[in-house]
Write a protein that binds this ligand. Structure first.
Ligand SMILES: Nc1ncnc2c1ncn2[C@@H]1O[C@H](COP(=O)(O)OP(=O)(O)OP(=O)(O)O)[C@@H](O)[C@H]1O
Ligand SMILES: [Mg+2]
Length: 295
């Protein structure tokens, strides 16, 4: 990014905009939008290709993963939302999470959604907002996932224990950092946490989220972070199941389907929790907890 000149940024942004209508953007299109002569545009494009901000094919150009990351980071930096960036906190199946520094010196994290990095399948359940668009680009689906996750965090925070949503740009979300580890790696007894109390507290959060109209959909010991004081947050919400009826009507999903989805996803989330807490000798009845949550 340090090597990027103003005109490089301009061309990169133009390619990004043109991708709304093109799978690959032809050079003529870029020349037209940039209002620069063809030589200048060719020069800028060759620079961007060389530093891997653009991908190229016989049909034209498109923004690479790096290019899209750079555009997002540049926006955060210009808006003074992020003043520094550190190392990776975690690598997920569908994105990377980095430490960042906010202008007020607070630590936060920046999550990059990266669909289709390894293969072009939707790893999670995105039907809610992707509808029939199965052949959309990774760029578009990553952006949708980040927007969705940010929307959910905003709806849930601070009622439900989730990271504080700070900002969203393109395929990224900026959010509060929890200094801790996921339940999978944590040893509750070493942390001085009473497993039964923690289990009950998590169920309360699941119930609050449900009341607000959301089921996590991928809840497990990997998506609950806990710190040394035993405070926890539930992360990783893009595959949420929304219970808002109007939304489903718009997407022509029948209420029967919704009910089935809601029940099966909530039960799966609860099943994952019960499985994890078994090692702490907590044995509870899934249907009883399910009824407690939905009533
Ligand atoms: N707010 C946060 N504070 C601290 N660490 C975080 C935060 N959000 C995410 N992480 C770290 O990054 C990892 C990946 O985050 P997350 O689960 O949201 O991404 P993901 O790509 O959807 O993951 P996966 O698909 O593998 O579940 C987490 O397991 C955690 O270690
Ligand atoms: Mg995760």
């Amino acid at each position: 990014m340090k090597n990027m000149e103003d005109l490089d940024w301009r061309i990169l942004r133009i390619v990004e905009i043109c991708l709304k209508n093109h799978e690959w953007v032809p050079i003529q299109e870029i020349v037209k939008k940039a209002k620069l002569n063809q030589n200048e545009v060719s020069y800028r494009i060759s620079r961007l290709v060389r530093i891997k901000m653009l991908n190229t094919s016989q049909y034209g150009y498109r923004v690479s993963h790096w290019g899209y990351d750079a555009l997002a980071l540049d926006t955060y930096s210009k808006k003074d939302l992020i003043v520094g960036m550190g190392g990776k906190v975690g690598v997920g199946k569908e994105g990377d999470v980095y430490n960042v520094l906010l202008p007020d010196n607070r630590n936060a994290v920046l999550k990059f959604h990266k669909h289709g990095r390894t293969c072009f399948t939707m790893g999670k359940r995105y039907r809610n907002y992707l509808a029939d668009k199965r052949h959309i680009s990774w760029l578009y689906s990553s952006r949708l996932a980040a927007e969705k996750e940010f929307e959910i965090l905003t709806a849930l925070y601070p009622i439900v224990k989730v990271p504080e949503p700070i900002a969203n740009n393109r395929h990224t979300i900026l959010m509060g950092k929890i200094e801790g580890t996921d339940l999978k790696k944590a040893n509750l007894l070493n942390l001085g946490v009473n497993p039964e109390e923690l289990f009950n507290e998590i169920i309360e959060e699941v119930k609050k989220a449900y009341k607000l109209g959301y089921i996590h959909g991928d809840l497990s010991e990997f998506n609950i972070l806990i710190n040394n004081e035993g405070d926890f947050v539930i992360i990783d919400w893009p595959q949420v199941i929304e219970l808002n009826e109007n939304k489903f009507k718009l997407e022509k999903i029948t209420s029967k389907e919704v009910e089935y989805d809601a029940e099966s996803y909530l039960k799966r989330d609860l099943g994952n929790l019960l499985r994890y807490f078994k090692k702490y000798n907590i044995k509870r009845d899934l249907d009883t907890i399910y009824d407690y949550i939905i009533n």
